[in-house]
Write a protein that binds this ligand. Structure first.
Ligand SMILES: [Zn+2]
Ligand SMILES: [Zn+2]
Length: 252
């Protein structure tokens, strides 16, 4: 399977990443992607950009080096009720793509049910398209509850290539993603793979994810990365569905 898209990456604006928008876009094109998402950290991560950065994303071109770009944020889930570290209005008006995740500088680790609830509330939030790296054993969760919520709300769970790397500060990702993906396969819940690149060399490189998918014989039709159109349709469907508050059957 060809991976057409990688929509969770960071630039120097996030404070601990090392390339520019231009450099990341060029790397994405060189590595064969059709769509790159750049999702800077929201308030709460030391050294990241201020809100005004997100307000001004409108000035950036959505095409560079022959590929498409989306700009957004990886927003922090900051409590057990799924509260986010960015205001609704800013998310709605300024972000092409919206990711939410738990980061330990801005979240106090709770019990399994508290952590699970934090994720479920973010999954249910109509503004959130993707949940980043729900794979860290330091933040234990109930995977069946998360997968069921993702299915019901048409929110994408991420398979994060960086979590699977030996350099990652997250713990137990291989084991936890095996559990999550087995449930997704059984319940036919689509997932998205992202690299979470903080530099150009890893953009669009899904080496660890491919090993994991192979190991689990994970069905291609449940991997959203195979088609930019599919990702866009899924995002639109879940945003509309949640706004009007009713179930629309998935075609995937
Ligand atoms: Zn993250
Ligand atoms: Zn990230």
């Amino acid at each position: 399977m060809k991976f057409e898209l990688d929509v969770h990456t960071h630039t120097i604006a996030s404070g601990h990443a090392y390339a520019t928008v231009h450099e990341m876009a060029k790397a994405a094109a060189d590595h064969g992607l059709q769509l790159l998402g750049i999702t800077e950290h929201a308030a709460g991560i030391p050294g990241t950009c201020d809100e005004i950065y997100f307000h001004n994303l409108k000035v950036l071109p959505r095409q560079m080096y022959g590929i498409e770009l989306m700009f957004g944020s990886e927003i922090n889930i900051i409590d057990y009720q799924g509260k986010l570290s960015m205001e609704e209005n800013l998310i709605e008006r300024c972000l092409d793509i919206r990711i939410a995740g738990i980061h330990l500088p801005c979240y106090e680790i709770g019990s399994v049910s508290q952590n699970t609830n934090a994720y479920v509330k973010a999954i249910e939030n109509p503004q959130i398209d993707i949940i980043s790296h729900p794979d860290d054993a330091r933040i234990p969760i109930d995977y069946e509850t998360i997968v069921d919520a993702a299915k019901e709300n048409h929110t994408l769970l991420e398979v994060n290539n960086s979590s699977l790397d030996s350099l990652s500060s997250r713990v137990g990702a291989w084991e936890n993603l095996q559990i999550m993906l087995a449930l997704c396969k059984e319940k036919k819940v689509p997932v998205i793979a992202n690299t979470d690149s903080h530099f150009t060399d890893t953009v669009g490189i899904f080496d660890h994810v491919k090993v994991l998918f192979q190991e689990l014989q994970f069905p291609e039709e449940l991997v959203v990365n195979r088609s930019v159109d599919l990702l866009k349709k899924m995002i639109q469907k879940h945003r509309v569905m949640k706004k009007i508050g009713k179930q629309i059957p998935r075609d995937q």
